[in-house]
Design a protein around this ligand. Structure first.
Ligand code: HEM
Ligand code: HEM
Length: 193
C-alpha cells in the first residue's frame, strides 16, 4: 500500500497542530490572566492604594497595552497556520494526500466516523482562517469594521466546534492505538515507510 505518512504529510500535520494549539493558548490568555477588564480593576485598585486616582477607561487602556504583545502571537500563529494550509494544497497538488471530503466518501463503513471528524476539523480550521483573515485585512479589503461584526461573532463562535472536534480527534487517535495496537501516533512522528 502507498505510504500515507510521508515527510511532507507529517510536517503539514504537526505545523497545523502546533499553530492551532498556539492560537487556542493566545485566546486562553486573553480571556484569563490578560483579560483587560479584570486587569483594569487591579490596576485601578493598586494605584488607589498609592493615592493615585485614574478612571476605569485609562486603566483599561493600560491593561490593553499590557495584553498587546501577547496578542501579537495570535497573528504569528495565524501565519504559521497559513503556511500549513499552503502545505496541504501542495499535498493535494502532488496527490500525496486526498481532500478530506473525498477521503470520507471513499472510506469503508468502519472508518466513516473518523473521516467525518477529519472533515469537520478541516472545515472549522478553514472557516476560522478565512474569517480571521477578513478581520485582519478588513481595511485592505475595503470593509468597515462595523459592517463585519457578524464575521467577528462567527470567528469567536467557531472556536467551540473546533475544540469539540479536537477532543473527538484526540479521543479517536487514542482509541485506535489502544484497540488495534497499530502505533499510529508513532507513524505520524516517524513515518510508515
Ligand atoms: C489541534 C491539534 C490537531 C489538529 C488540528 C489535527 C488535525 C488532524 C487532521 C485534519 C487529520 C486528518 C489528516 C488527513 O486529512 O489525512 C489528522 C490526522 C491524524 N492526527 Fe491529528 N491533529 C491535531 C493533533 C494531533 C495530536 C496531538 C496527535 C497525536 C497525539 C494527532 C495524531 C494524528 C494521527 C495519528 C492522525 C492520522 C489518523 C489516521 O489517518 O488514521 N493529531 N489530524
Ligand atoms: C484555531 C484558529 C483560531 C481561533 C480558535 C481563533 C479565536 C479567536 C477568538 C476567540 C477571538 C476573539 C477574541 C476576543 O475578542 O475576546 C479572535 C479574534 C481575532 N482573530 Fe482569531 N482565531 C483563530 C485563527 C485566526 C486566524 C488564522 C486569524 C488571521 C489573521 C485570526 C485573526 C483574528 C483577528 C483579527 C481577531 C480580532 C482581534 C480583535 O478584535 O482585537 N484568528 N480569534
Amino acid at each position: 500500500m502507498k505510504n500515507q505518512f510521508t515527510p511532507l504529510y507529517r510536517i503539514w500535520h504537526w505545523t497545523m497542530a502546533f499553530s492551532v494549539i498556539g492560537l487556542l493558548c493566545t485566546v486562553l490568555l486573553r480571556k484569563t490572566f490578560l483579560s483587560y477588564k479584570t486587569n483594569a480593576l487591579i490596576i485601578q485598585e493598586k494605584l488607589a492604594a498609592l493615592d493615585v486616582e485614574i478612571t476605569l477607561e485609562s486603566a483599561k487602556t493600560i491593561a490593553k497595552a499590557i495584553r498587546a504583545p501577547m496578542w501579537e502571537w495570535h497573528y504569528i500563529f495565524a501565519a504559521i497556520l497559513g503556511i500549513s494550509i499552503l502545505l496541504r494544497l501542495v499535498l493535494l497538488f502532488t496527490k500525496e494526500a486526498k481532500h478530506p471530503v473525498i477521503q470520507f466518501l471513499e472510506a469503508p463503513k468502519e472508518e466513516k466516523l473518523k473521516k467525518g471528524v477529519h472533515v469537520l476539523l478541516c472545515l472549522c480550521i478553514a472557516l476560522l482562517a478565512l474569517s480571521g483573515a477578513i478581520l485582519y485585512f478588513h481595511e485592505t479589503l475595503g470593509f468597515e469594521k462595523a459592517s463585519i461584526g457578524w464575521v467577528k461573532e462567527s470567528h469567536e463562535f467557531l472556536m467551540f466546534p473546533l475544540i469539540g472536534t479536537i477532543v473527538l480527534h484526540l479521543g479517536g487517535v487514542l482509541m485506535h492505538e489502544v484497540k488495534t495496537k497499530e502505533p499510529i501516533v508513532s507513524k505520524m512522528i516517524h513515518g510508515d515507510a
